[in-house]
Design a protein around this ligand. Structure first.
Ligand SMILES: *Cc1c(COP(=O)(O)O)cnc(C)c1O
Length: 405
């Protein structure tokens, strides 16, 4: 594994690239037109074996590419494009088969038996399951903390605390976290900061500038953008990159070339899609906030949200995902609302071009905080449809809710 040139990934960070705005880096990053006969995009390499020209070359591993699992021009295209948008502090990007695999791989790259880690109580639930099962079995102890703890996390640091995991806004519940303050306390205690940055993406939250060491995305969501692939990405800084790359390679994780290509294709348009998701999401959230059936809207981009000040200070935008709490009503009325919607599909995942809604409840598994929202909770993903049509669809849902009350 060593000596195969994985220490750095190509030259995504020429100083020229660093001077460009993220939206421009999203377009030019990871392109290698000269080695592709002038074609704009890389080919989809379906590949395992790479042939060496001579015995001497083989013994010395003397080749630009070694083996399909270790990377192809297709995977490098996506890795380098992502690295370009993460900014100059990103030392490398690892691609894995899902967002869940990105979480587990990133954690496995930093912990050892006997270590302690801190995870926000608002974390994506499968992350919690990974910590409570596999990490526990491997001798790693997890403490969940209040997402609003900020710099107070210093008081939870133990001599063996190796990592602090943050996610903002919180999965489903949308609490904001003071990530710079948490990172400062974590680094002072020698711990590494991991973040699930799926909601904001590097375009709306420049994780490395805010103190994060390992930034995770479910590429399934906004990078892919079309609900047609599964992918996870982990971006690392200089401190964490080599361990991450070694862990990924030792676990044997790689992604099929068609999914890598689709992700690269999706990534090129992510800034325009996100702009639209942000604008439409805020419009629909504001409309919902003034409905009599709605108790609260959980969206840090709204001035009324308790996390708004932190969002404004640290984030550059909002995506199209937020939640609402309905005033108490019967289960049957909630189902009538959901069943009456025609443009908001009911289904898991998000980040595609289409609008979605799910019913959720965090009350059964939180351990550091309690979840008592005061009514049924729904999470919306606002897609790229016309907002007038989406609002008409919701109006229809509220009419059905009123009839079923
Ligand atoms: C969906 C999601 C994941 C997991 O991604 P998959 O590709 O579905 O495994 C991780 N974190 C967050 C915040 C997510 O929403």
């Amino acid at each position: 594994m060593a000596g195969n040139g994985d220490g750095g990934q190509g030259s995504a960070h020429g100083s020229a690239l660093g001077r460009l705005k993220p939206e421009t880096r999203l377009v030019v990053g990871g392109r290698d037109t000269a080695s592709q006969f002038g074609f704009v995009n890389p080919p989809v390499y379906h590949a395992s074996t790479v042939l060496y020209p001579s015995a001497e070359d083989m013994v010395a591993h003397r080749a630009r590419y070694q083996y399909g699992r270790r990377g192809t021009p297709t995977t490098e295209g996506l890795e380098n494009a992502l690295r370009a948008i993460e900014g100059p502090d990103c030392a490398g990007v690892a691609l894995v088969p899902s967002g869940a695999a990105a979480v587990s791989t990133a954690l496995l790259s930093v912990v050892s038996a006997g270590d302690h880690i801190l995870i926000t109580d608002s974390v994506y639930r499968p992350t919690r399951v990974f910590a409570d099962t596999i990490l526990k079995r491997l001798g790693v102890e997890t403490t969940y903390y209040d997402p609003l703890i900020g710099g107070g996390i210093a008081s939870l640091m133990q001599p063996n605390t190796r990592a602090v995991f943050v996610e903002a806004p919180g999965s489903q519940s949308f609490e904001m976290q003071d990530i710079p303050a948490i990172a400062k306390a974590a680094h002072a205690a020698g711990a590494v900061v991991l973040m699930d940055n799926t909601w904001a993406t590097p375009l709306y939250f420049p994780a490395f500038e805010r103190g994060v060491d390992l930034s995770i995305q479910a590429g399934t969501k906004y990078i892919g953008g079309h609900s047609d692939l599964m992918l996870g990405t982990i971006s690392a800084n200089e401190r964490t990159w080599q361990n991450l790359r070694d862990t990924q390679m030792t676990l044997g994780l790689c992604v099929g070339p068609d999914d890598v290509y689709l992700a690269l294709r999706g990534l090129r348009t992510m800034s325009v899609r996100l702009e639209r998701h942000q604008r439409s999401g805020l419009e629909v959230a504001r409309w919902l906030a003034q409905r009599p059936e709605v108790l609260r809207v959980l969206h840090p981009g709204l001035e009324s949200d308790p996390g708004h000040a932190l969002w404004k200070r640290d984030f550059l935008g909002a995506s199209g995902l937020f939640s609402i709490i309905l005033k108490p009503i019967s289960e049957q009325a909630v189902y009538a609302f959901l069943d009456a919607l025609t443009l908001f599909g009911m289904g898991f995942s998000w980040g595609g071009y289409e609008s979605l809604v799910i019913l959720f409840d965090c009350s059964g598994y939180r351990t550091a905080t309690t979840w008592q929202p005061g009514g049924p909770a729904l999470r919306f993903h606002v897609g790229l449809e016309d907002t007038g049509d989406l609002i008409a669809d919701l109006e229809q849902g509220f009419a059905a809710l009123a009839r079923a009350r």
